[in-house]
Design a protein around this ligand. Sequence first.
Ligand SMILES: [Mn+2]
Length: 429
Amino acid sequence: MTEEKITNGTPYRVLHSSDWHLGAQLAGRRRHDEQAAFLDWLAGTLRREAVDCLVVAGDIFDTTVPTNQAQRLLYDFLVKIARGGACRHVVLVAGNHDSVSFLEAPRQLLGALDIHVVAQIGEGPEDDVFVLDDAAGRPALIVGAVPYLRDRDMRRQAAGETAADKERLLLEGIEAHYAKIGQQAEALRRAELERSGRRLPILLTGHLFAAGGQTATDDGVRELYVGSLGRVPREVFPAAADYVALGHLHAAQTVAGDPTVRYSGAPLAVGFGEAGRERAVCRVDFAENSIEVEMIQVPVFQRLARIEGDLGQLQQELETLVAGGESVLVELRYTGEAIVPDLAARMAEIVEGSGVELLRVINTRVLAQLLPVGGAGLELGELEPAEVFEHCLEENDVPEEQREELRLCFAEIVAARQALDAGDSDATS
Ligand SMILES: [Mn+2]
């Protein structure tokens, strides 16, 4: 029984990643260099770690119509690892950002390179559950590939459904689909057990929002999901699964404390809200009767920073970044008392000629001024423009020393406006 010995001694190694969002921009800036650097690092890691199979749990591209450059990133990477023998298999499943038809189109071609693409539910569970082999060409891992599940893919909508009905039916649909995939995987496991006496591990994928999951404020997940797709409880994943590789949430985390049901998280920060958070991919070793998960940290290829504060704080922190000499993409949020109309220009001056790039400058004082006058029981129509403005100064706690100049400016604008009105609408007034 030498075969069994080899199986025992050499665990089958999977690398689980997700949410690459290739082609994604940050505040209008392209990030191909950073994305390419990640894929280079990943190719090296697959080789170094002697990975058997790479699993990407959805949101490979950021948009349904990826740019040529984004497409090239993916295909160059796949060729590199296929030719270089970095890993035997790749499993790519679609996320909600991916186009089903776009990912499906090269399915046959990629299949010839042992790259398995599952962008939508197959005709039957046998289409989505397959067995991957190891270096010796023997069956080693059963994969049940479940992409992002769209409501319309799973069931026919009925007239008169309430939002709560939809939510419940969708969850039932997701549960039923996982049950089918789990049964098919177990059937394959039984067959292999009978054939060779070896019990194969089962890996399932998913692209969804599991109950209790954490999101960052601007990772683009929250708005998309709450209300359109409910949170999926841990129990939805069949007990037969040894590991569930999830995507969709951008922070690496386990589901309900189970180390074998997890999100790898996105390898690159998608928004400033995720700046500074550690990034990882999951290395999963399937041995005969055990499973071991290790997080491999992804290096920072492009530093992001979100700086918040009054003028002095912003200046100081920016100067520190400039002095550091590193390339940093920055989001600034001005939260000071005084109104600084030329904030963006002042900040740009500080970073000029350095590796620090201001991608977004948010002047919260200007935003606050746009808020309504307030609930003091006053009707706007009963007030003179100067009174409304006075109210505005008050509501926004504008410092006394700034008020006089602002009043003068406002009076100037009102006068100009009145002159205009007098010129072209004498008859109506
Ligand atoms: Mn997603």
